[in-house]
Design a protein around this ligand. Structure first.
Ligand SMILES: Nc1ncnc2c1ncn2[C@@H]1O[C@H](COP(=O)(O)OP(=O)(O)OP(=O)(O)O)[C@@H](O)[C@H]1O
Ligand SMILES: [Mg+2]
Length: 368
């Protein structure tokens, strides 16, 4: 296919294309017809739980693993037969994979040496890269003399220093403490924006994915569940799995019913929920998702409270979450407890009334 390029000399339209890529190990399908494109300069994150196929996808892009079927293109060129060292890729492995017998400095400089970059320039670029990741002064140490977080940063510097056309990062911040992780996140984003290197980042941490990415590819069991910007995924999770993974607190299994002209979701023999949008036919089994922030907690028991999506209940637990607290409430007629957020300065107790607007009720497929 030669029609994948953009008009007149602007280069390929996509830096990376994966078409129906599958990977089978023995009997197990680890990737099941994955398809997506990455535009030049984009920061894309593969997000998903452990074992969903993130590292395998990255290894296929890097050329360390062959797809069982499907096509992978980098800069418009099919790479099925191209070995890793011809792909101009910087990679940070989940396990860092530093050379143990080389100092941090030599590890970082390795790719430049292979590319026969002159010594003086090499030394300069290596020091810059070490500085960038906050390791100035530690260049003479061997990996065994560095902490896990420091090794991770050497690996990051080693990938960045060659200024590759594609940067693949497999959980590169996982071993850093919270403060350093935030700093490195910011640095990584800045470096990526400034250099314009197309980047594929892997993490199972949704907060990290949301804060860094132009686009997120959310995976589960070798399939893409949803791909979109952080905002798109946050505001409109497409399935129950997505809602669950991004941390929507209230997930209630139910069935769609007709109530006059409207569709409602029955979540128990005595309770139905009103919703604005329901794309399912009556009788469908669904999952209702309501964010804790959308649940209004009235700190008084209102016995007269009627109407849809209004429930009398009792607070049974309070979880401190910083500025806010999550109150877990047992409501009449609902098996599961519901979670509502309140300001930590005013945490109620005992009998309360919960309510939420019908447009806060998301009706989704239950694919968890
Ligand atoms: N060489 C292999 N042989 C057999 N199974 C494999 C092999 N490599 C990976 N797998 C399996 O493929 C699945 C996906 O693995 P992968 O490493 O891609 O997951 P991951 O999303 O990166 O998970 P994690 O977040 O734990 O790193 C897992 O079930 C894993 O056990
Ligand atoms: Mg992995």
């Amino acid at each position: 296919m030669t029609d994948m390029t953009s008009p007149a000399g602007t280069g390929p339209a996509f830096a990376v294309e994966m078409r129906d890529v599958s990977k089978v190990f023995g009997e197990t399908t680890v990737l099941d017809r994955i398809s997506f494109d990455i535009r030049p300069g984009e920061f894309v994150t593969f997000l998903g739980p452990s074992g969903c196929g993130k590292t395998t996808s990255l290894r296929i892009l890097a050329g360390f693993e062959q797809a069982t079927s499907g096509d992978v293109r980098i800069n418009g060129q099919s790479v099925s037969d191209m070995p890793p060292w011809h792909r101009d890729i910087g990679i940070v492995f989940q396990s860092y994979a530093l050379f143990p017998y080389m100092t941090a400095r030599d590890n970082v400089g390795f790719g430049l040496k292979m590319r026969r970059v002159p010594k003086a320039e090499m030394a300069k670029r290596v020091e810059e890269a070490l500085k960038l990741v906050g390791l100035s002064g530690l260049g003479d140490r061997y990996p065994r003399q560095l902490s896990g977080g420091q090794r991770q940063r050497v690996a990051l510097a080693r990938a960045l220093v060659i200024k590759p056309q594609l940067l693949l990062l497999d959980e590169p911040l996982s071993n850093l403490d919270a403060k350093l992780r935030n700093e490195m996140r910011y640095e990584l984003k800045r470096i990526q924006r400034e250099s314009g290197i197309t980047t594929v980042f892997v993490t199972h941490d949704q907060e990290e994915a949301f804060s860094l990415s132009d686009r997120i590819v959310l995976m589960s069991k070798g399939e893409i569940k949803q791909a979109g910007t952080s905002r798109e995924i946050w505001e409109k999770p497409r399935t129950g799995f997505v809602a669950d993974f991004i941390g929507v607190d209230n997930l209630l299994p139910g069935a769609v019913e007709k109530d006059g002209d409207e569709l409602v979701v029955r979540i128990s023999p005595s309770v139905t929920l009103k919703t604005e949008i329901c794309d399912f036919a009556p009788g469908s089994a669904v999952l209702v998702a309501v964010r804790a922030k959308d649940v209004i907690l009235n700190p008084v028991a209102d016995e007269t409270a009627t109407g849809l999506n209004v429930f009398a209940g009792n607070i049974i637990d309070v979880e401190y979450r910083g500025e806010r607290c999550a109150c877990r409430v047992r409501c009449e007629g609902i098996d599961q407890t519901l979670v509502a957020l309140v300001a930590s300065s005013h945490v109620p107790s005992g009998a309360v009334t919960l309510s939420f607007a019908s447009d806060a009720v998301m009706v989704l497929t239950d694919d968890r």
